[in-house]
Design a protein around this ligand. Structure first.
Ligand SMILES: [Zn+2]
Length: 553
């Protein structure tokens, strides 16, 4: 819809609802909405008739609304009528859309009645806190009642500086010196919110009022907090709905005395005590940047790979992308993620690998480990520059082996080792591969049970695949060696990325104890490729790897 037409329609709709133009430049309309049947005056700003930038609804007179605590009302942005997911609007019918916004604003205000204002405000409490300072916390919320003492660091990397809360200054990739000050953390599984008023604490007295009103903080006495603050510690509350902090910066007379050596640090609390009623509060907020939070927030219904020891064999094109996906899904966060490869990064790899020109000539496992380590200081990646089959003793101690080599010889050897000599924890072997020049991709999970093993998928060496991912009985075509680049199978980067994605999903299903169908196939090339419904193939009677083993059981 043309902007002029949209503007005209919005205008006509609002005038019909009794609104008048309050300001023509950024069109603002004055009118009223009904909140529980009561007239409430509002100003409606429409900065963008395409409705991409959201219209804003402001209260004209806050006292027209009864509740003491009114949630979702911000001075700058007006009433927060749309939740995090946003409010989809029909831009082809801007008049209806604008009425919808007024209705949402009224509903939002109504939610603050019946004493539910405080509860509603708690959802967005971190915003209401209006923090002046912010820190990134590398330490996760405990999710239960408790207290801890951590440290605040200034960390730098080239010209970037960040403030972090951490257990130590070992922050890989960053320079961090001695801690700036201690951070006293009060953990709770409950929620914090406004006490009697939405106004944030501004000094010790109002903070005390706020503190004692918080049911979720009952396990820590106010006196403890006051002592910490007067000793110039930063205090934080890590609650289920917010991570907020506060500090009482010492007055200049004290801080310059400490710097100049005239005042001993130990004397700070006593001197602060004398002037405590005159000291202002500095409000802080924090973000949970812990590896635990990062790797679990997107998979609430899946268990993720946290706590699983994963051994990835092959750090080539599939393996590099898959390693990153597994790490983002929790591999390497509680237990190490092992990377095995004895090959080196070559120019021919770069067109579909995660690594870069600067990594040429480096061992693939080591270069990939260094790349992944950049993701988060807490991630544990261990590179092994060795043949995977020769490293079997290390591999069999993993919970799952992920074979991303796509190499028949490695696939079949790992299959045999797994069938004959599983370790104490090792329960799964997953293979991921690109089929015949990128026609399709497959992942196969072997749990060592009564279902097929990898070799059952093609029991006769010269025979056919039982579930080929290509239409025709094509063999992989190799591009002949040129310019020092050895022979290789040509396929574009999408195929290995799809293979990696397919495998990551199968691994997540395994991790949550619902492995589902073992063989998963996706056709990548819509002409050459062939898909199959996910299937758990029965063992092949003539499988050279598992038939004899099964018979002997
Ligand atoms: Zn078999």
């Amino acid at each position: 819809m043309k902007p002029a037409a949209a503007r005209a329609e919005i205008h006509a709709t609002l005038v019909a609802r009794g609104f008048t133009i309050a300001d023509g430049s950024c069109p603002t309309f004055a009118g009223a909405i009904r909140v529980h049947g009561k007239k409430v005056d509002v100003l409606l700003e429409v900065p963008d008739t395409r409705l991409i930038e959201r219209p804003r609804v402001h209260l004209v007179d806050r006292t027209q609304i009864d509740p003491e605590v009114l949630a979702h009302v911000e001075v700058d942005t007006g009433i927060c009528y749309a939740s995090g997911a946003g409010l989809p609007l029909d831009n082809m019918r801007p008049g209806e859309a604008i009425l919808r916004i007024l209705a949402e604003a009224a509903t939002t205000l109504e939610r603050s009645f019946k004493g539910r204002g405080a509860e509603e405000a708690a959802d967005e409490y971190q915003q209401y806190w209006h923090a002046e300072r912010h820190a990134w916390s590398l330490v996760p919320r405990l999710g239960r009642a408790g207290t801890r003492t951590l440290d605040l660091y200034k960390a730098s990397r080239s010209d970037r500086k960040i403030t972090i809360i951490s257990e130590s200054n070992m922050i890989s990739g960053w320079e961090a010196g001695a801690p700036v000050r201690g951070v006293y953390i009060v953990d709770t599984d409950g929620r914090v919110g406004p006490g009697a008023t939405l106004e944030q604490p501004k000094d010790l007295a109002t903070l005390r009022t706020w503190w004692v009103a918080q049911a979720a903080l009952g396990h820590v006495h106010w006196q403890t907090i006051e002592q910490k603050l007067l000793a110039d510690e930063l205090c934080f509350v890590f609650a289920a709905n917010a991570m907020i902090g506060f500090r009482i910066p010492p007055p200049r007379s004290i801080s310059s005395g400490v710097k100049g050596g005239r005042i001993r640090e130990a004397a700070i609390p006593r001197m602060m005590q004398l002037v405590k009623d005159k000291l202002g509060l500095q409000r802080w907020s924090a973000s949970d940047c812990s590896l635990k939070r990062i790797t679990s927030r997107n998979v609430p219904k899946l268990a993720g790979l946290t706590g699983k020891k994963v051994g990835l064999v092959g750090c080539g094109t599939i393996g590099s992308h898959l390693a990153r996906m597994m790490m983002q899904s929790g591999a390497g966060s509680d237990q190490p993620l092992y990377l095995f490869d004895n090959d080196h990064v070559a120019p021919g790899n770069l067109g579909r690998h995660l690594l870069n020109l600067e990594n040429l000539g480096q061992n693939k496992a080591q270069a990939l480990a260094a790349e992944l380590q950049r993701f988060h200081p807490s991630v544990q990646i261990k590179a092994v520059d060795a043949d995977a089959v020769a490293s079997w003793l290390l591999l069999k101690n993993c919970d799952i082996i992920v074979d991303a080599t796509g190499d028949w010889n490695v696939q079949t050897n790992l299959n045999e080792l797994f069938l004959e000599d599983r370790g104490l924890h090792l329960t799964a072997l997953l293979h991921s591969w690109v089929f015949a020049n990128g026609a399709g991709v497959q992942s196969f999970l072997n749990l060592g049970d009564d279902k097929a093993c990898f070799r059952c998928l093609k029991p006769e060496f010269d025979g056919k695949w039982r579930y080929p991912a290509a239409q025709h009985d094509v063999e992989t075509e190799f591009t002949p060696a040129t310019c020092g680049d050895g022979t290789y199978a040509a396929f574009s980067v999408d195929a290995p990325v799809m293979a990696a994605a397919l495998a990551n999903r199968a691994i997540l299903d395994w991790a949550r104890g619902q492995p589902g169908q073992r063989l998963r196939t996706v056709a990548v090339d819509l002409v050459e490729g062939r898909s199959h419904k996910p299937v758990s193939p029965e063992p092949a009677a003539n499988c050279p790897a598992c038939a004899a083993l099964r018979a002997s059981r």
